[in-house]
Design a protein around this ligand. Structure first.
Ligand code: 3PG
Length: 323
């Protein structure tokens, strides 16, 4: 089978696909994307790659896409419309939740400012007074896999957890809420009552700039805001204005409106901690995703070769449903 790998993957994946005709494209390059898409039957891709609507027409032989992660907003609906099986591999929740917590915790203790100071010989001990997580309120925007994992971790750290979600009555959300003593609230209420707000929402048009300037104005003075969802949720200019005005004590960003992002003055402000979309970048998650992909491809081949009842042994996967 001709398979394209768009992005960097765990070496297990490359080794286990050695029997296939594999084309690797490590970083986005439009002409190369178009050339490879015209040739392959399967595509495994990471979030930094963005397909265009017309790519579906170019991809004449393409039968499936595995989005080796959660977000599907970089795969236009034209692929599914042309019969391409589009599947997400949402196995990174723990890794992303840990990163969100790491960012929030580092900002609460003012570690980025302390680190910068020590590097240049400034001992700012007396200025850098932070806050403890114990007894504080964590607001989570989005109670999908990442939000639920984060709530579980936060509960163990004596944080009170409040959540805003668009579909809070789904059974898995109701159950997770009771295990982690989560309270659901409306959007503004969560922003107003939280010492730390973590955005763990998907991208796409429905969430674009959900955190408008007036929504951001509802954040508590001195709050910490962390975005591990998608960069399209909030404008960097709006966050910059809030930090400059001294309204927030910390901003943690793992995702950006475009990636990699061009320079923005927000990145230079004290209390701002930036990482290059590291959410899923743990050894454990990369390997788990690679194993899933290998098993899924083997299952696909068995199905193609006649056993219509065969399905990959590894769960869970999400088959794309697009509106
Ligand atoms: C996702 O959408 O799964 C995460 O944002 C991570 O994406 P990545 O694995 O492509 O870095």
């Amino acid at each position: 089978v001709k398979i394209a790998l768009f992005g960097h993957f765990d070496s297990y994946l490359v080794e286990r696909l050695a029997a296939h005709d594999v084309r690797v494209l490590a970083v986005p390059d439009r002409p190369a994307i178009e050339r490879i898409l015209a040739d392959v039957e399967g595509l495994v891709m990471r979030s930094v790659f963005h397909l265009e609507r017309d790519d579906a027409t170019r991809a004449r032989h393409l039968k499936w896409i595995l989005r080796a992660g959660s977000g599907l907003e970089n795969i236009p609906s034209t692929f599914a419309e042309r019969g391409v099986e589009v599947t997400a591999v949402p196995l990174n929740a723990r890794a992303v939740a840990e990163l969100a917590l790491a960012m929030a915790w580092a900002l609460a203790r003012r570690l980025p400012a302390g680190h910068d100071g020590v590097r240049i010989g400034r001992w700012r001990k007396d200025e850098l007074v932070g806050f403890e997580l114990r007894g504080k309120t964590l607001g989570i925007l989005g109670f999908g896999r990442i939000g639920r994992e984060l709530a579980r971790l936060a509960h163990g750290l004596d944080l009170d957890v409040v959540v805003w979600d668009r579909s809070p009555t789904k059974p898995e959300k109701v159950q997770a809420a009771s295990v982690a003593s989560v309270q659901f609230g409306d959007f503004v209420q969560v922003l107003r009552t939280s010492d730390i707000v973590v955005a763990a929402l998907p991208g796409g048009e429905s969430t674009r700039h959900l955190l408008t300037p007036s929504a951001l104005a509802e954040l508590r003075p001195g709050a910490v805001f962390v975005n591990v969802g998608r960069g399209s949720l909030v404008s960097l200019d709006d966050l910059h204005a809030l930090v400059v005005a001294g309204r927030l004590s910390g901003v943690g960003l793992d995702v950006y409106p475009t990636e990699p992002p061009p320079y923005h003055p927000l990145f230079d402000l004290e209390g701002v901690l930036c990482s290059p979309h590291l959410g899923a970048q743990t050894r454990e998650t990369r390997l788990e995703i690679a194993r899933f992909v290998v098993d899924w491809i083997a299952g696909f081949e068995r199905r193609r070769d006649g056993d219509a009842h065969d399905r990959p042994a590894v769960a869970p996967a999400l088959t794309a449903r697009r509106s």
